[in-house]
Design a protein around this ligand. Structure first.
Ligand SMILES: Nc1ncnc2c1ncn2[C@@H]1O[C@H](COP(=O)(O)OP(=O)(O)OP(=O)(O)O)[C@@H](O)[C@H]1O
Ligand SMILES: [Mg+2]
Length: 282
């Protein structure tokens, strides 16, 4: 696939909910550019605007102000809505809400059927999607009988069958046990590396940021941090002030720095932290 510089671009995009007593500005003039192949972890406190922003990116919500551009198509243009929705897929928190079919295969075929893809092509897309997420053996199974982790993989496969360029996970790992979470993240990492599918993982698990190559923190509807994981997690005090945790190993390095053993905090994985600590010991 040809590399595309800017896959998703937002220009001063805002979203205001008008259905409550007082209007709520959930997203406040966010401008950013997302490249094909990026793996983004999106973090922020409850109610900071992450889900609203995500829904703007795949045109489930339309901006109150500003623009969302996906591959040079503007979400404001009604003719381009489906173009955007099939390229930016979204998977949610509760896997049960995503099940449509009575078999896994049916469930995955639903998307391409809606797009008017011919039967023969649908079959091959379903097989490919199941293979890509490693659940070909579940093809004939009833989705509602599967484990949470398996259901989320079916959800990913259903998006893959639409041939997306970006997958947004809105707290998709939050209802899974540690093993299910790890397996889902592994599948998503492979899709990102091999297929160059852009990943946006909205999560409250700071450790998941270690999978990403870019971390974006949203607070009060605005982007307050945007950089590599090492850059963003350097300033532990600032992150804590926003009301977020930092990965445990980062906290450890932060304490070592405060105690005078380190000049800067630049590790978020166990491996990186191990290297820094060995340096101190040497
Ligand atoms: N359907 C809605 N109608 C009215 N207000 C809403 C709606 N959805 C969200 N909001 C409000 O918009 C703001 C942003 O909410 P949003 O769900 O985007 O945040 P979030 O960062 O995804 O939070 P969480 O981490 O809890 O999922 C909050 O103040 C929330 O109460
Ligand atoms: Mg949310």
């Amino acid at each position: 696939m040809k590399s595309i510089d800017s896959l998703i671009k937002t220009n001063d995009v805002s979203y205001v909910y008008l259905n409550s007593i007082n209007p709520i500005k959930a997203v406040n003039k966010i401008s950013l550019s997302i490249k094909q192949g990026e793996y983004i972890a999106m973090l922020g406190r409850n109610g900071s605007g992450k889900s609203t922003f995500a829904r703007l990116l795949n045109a489930l919500l339309l901006p109150s102000e500003g623009e969302v551009i996906v591959l040079s198509k503007n979400a404001a243009n009604e003719d381009d809505l489906w173009f955007i929705r099939k390229r930016v897929g979204m998977i949610f928190q509760n896997p049960d809400n995503q099940i449509i079919g009575t078999t896994v295969e049916e469930d995955i075929a639903f998307g391409p059927e809606n797009l008017g893809v011919i039967q023969q092509e649908i079959k091959s897309r379903v097989t490919q999607a199941l293979t890509d997420v490693g659940i070909l053996d579940l093809r004939e199974r009833a989705p509602h009988m599967l484990s949470g982790g398996q259901k989320q993989k079916v959800g990913i496969a259903a998006i893959l069958a639409m041939h997306p360029m970006c997958i947004i996970m809105d707290e998709s790992t939050s209802m899974l046990d540690p093993l299910g979470r790890e397996e889902l993240l592994k599948v998503v990492s492979i899709l990102n590396k091999k297929e160059k599918i852009t990943i946006i993982n909205i999560t409250h698990h700071m450790e998941e940021a270690t999978f990403a190559n870019r971390v974006i923190i949203i607070d009060n509807g605005k982007i307050v941090e945007d950089g590599t994981p090492a850059e963003v997690f350097t300033d532990v005090d600032k992150i804590t002030k926003i009301g977020l945790d930092v990965p445990q190993v980062t906290l450890l390095l932060h304490k070592l720095k405060k105690a005078g053993y380190l000049k800067k905090v630049d590790a978020i994985t166990v491996k990186q932290a191990y290297e820094r600590i060995v340096q101190i010991l040497e």
